[in-house]
Design a protein around this ligand. Structure first.
Ligand code: FAD
Length: 277
């Protein structure tokens, strides 16, 4: 069976060695014909140049590259400069975010929410960009209520977003429930599940506590049982995530967006598993 539609997310490396390793990972992942490779953007523009460099390198290799762009702590002038630079380079897709509020931040620049950034991009660049936004099947940790968070996604679509990528999750039910709620609200854009492979329980627990993604009890206990046996933990993680991906695709997810952490091996194995079904 052909592999499902996929996209891959990277972070911009800090060193030449990191760039070279990312190039190798990208070459390996390119075999799955991704719709695009995206590159994250540090809060407050901290990776601005590295994100741009990585995106242009990807594009020069003939792939579609999508920079993430976040607005927290940024002025309208800074965002406009970045948008025009991407437009001039022929970039056609953006992953558009608010960004995490840096600790101790009081004044957050010219934008408060991602919906305002989406609106600003449409007002200044028309339909040039395909705009992706973030969605949260287990809800964003700062959301007042689940309904308010769903309304926020609707606001982002109404402001001009074309599609959404979700925070990662390990409960397929959370995604399907969320998509159903979105349909009730008239959110018609595709909602693509974000997939986080399991590399390491300590790292995963840290990420999850920050972003509000639940590690189900059964999964946490099974992973902890492997202790330092990383080989077995990863093999188990590949089985769990492959099964999650199969369920998502079988029940109608439009495609899969992988958080790669700049690594290709585990994800390649997962996609090969799904493709063999
Ligand atoms: P928003 O959509 O603005 O929502 C933020 C919070 O505000 C939510 O709780 C929402 O319910 C609430 N809210 C929105 N509008 C209103 C309103 N009018 N009134 C009251 N409450 C409101 N972070 C980075 O820094 N760089 C990245 O590259 C990056 N990439 C990501 C990629 C994906 C696919 C995802 C899912 C997340 C990514 N993040 C990234 C993390 C993201 O920036 C954080 O989750 C951030 O805290 C929220 O961003 P957002 O765009 O979802 O914000």
């Amino acid at each position: 069976m052909k592999n499902p539609p996929v996209s891959f997310e990277f972070f911009p490396p800090k060193t030449a060695d990191g760039m070279s390793k990312l190039h190798d990972a990208r070459t390996q992942l390119a075999q799955f014909s991704p719709e695009f490779f995206s590159v994250t953007f540090g809060a407050g523009g901290s990776t601005r140049d590295r994100t741009m460099d990585t995106v242009l390198e990807i594009q020069n290799e003939g792939h579609q590259a999508a920079p993430h762009i976040s607005c927290i702590s940024s002025s309208k002038e800074e965002i406009l400069e970045l948008l025009y630079a991407y437009k001039a380079q022929g970039i056609k897709r953006l992953v558009t975010l608010r960004g995490d509020i840096p600790s101790g931040e009081v004044s957050a620049g010219d934008f408060r929410y991602a919906s305002e950034l989406v609106e600003f991009i449409r007002a200044n660049t028309g339909d040039h960009f395909h705009i992706e936004v973030a969605a949260y099947p287990e809800f964003h940790p700062e959301a007042r209520t689940p309904s308010a968070d769903l309304q926020n996604l609707k606001r982002k679509m109404d402001a001009g977003a074309n599609s959404a990528i979700t925070q990662y999750f390990y409960n397929a039910d959370a995604y399907f429930q969320f998509v159903m709620q979105c349909e009730y609200l008239g959110i018609t854009m595709p909602i693509v599940p974000g997939i986080m492979p399991i590399y390491n329980i300590t790292q995963l627990a840290r990420f999850s506590s920050v972003c509000g993604a639940e590690i189900p009890r059964w999964l946490k206990l099974r992973l902890e049982e492997y202790g330092d046996d990383m080989v077995s933990l990863r093999a188990f993680g590949i089985d769990v995530v492959s099964e999650l991906c199969e369920t998502l695709i079988a029940w109608g997810a439009p495609s899969l967006h992988f958080y790669t952490l700049n690594q290709a091996g585990t994800i390649s194995q997962i996609i090969q598993n799904i493709s063999q079904e």
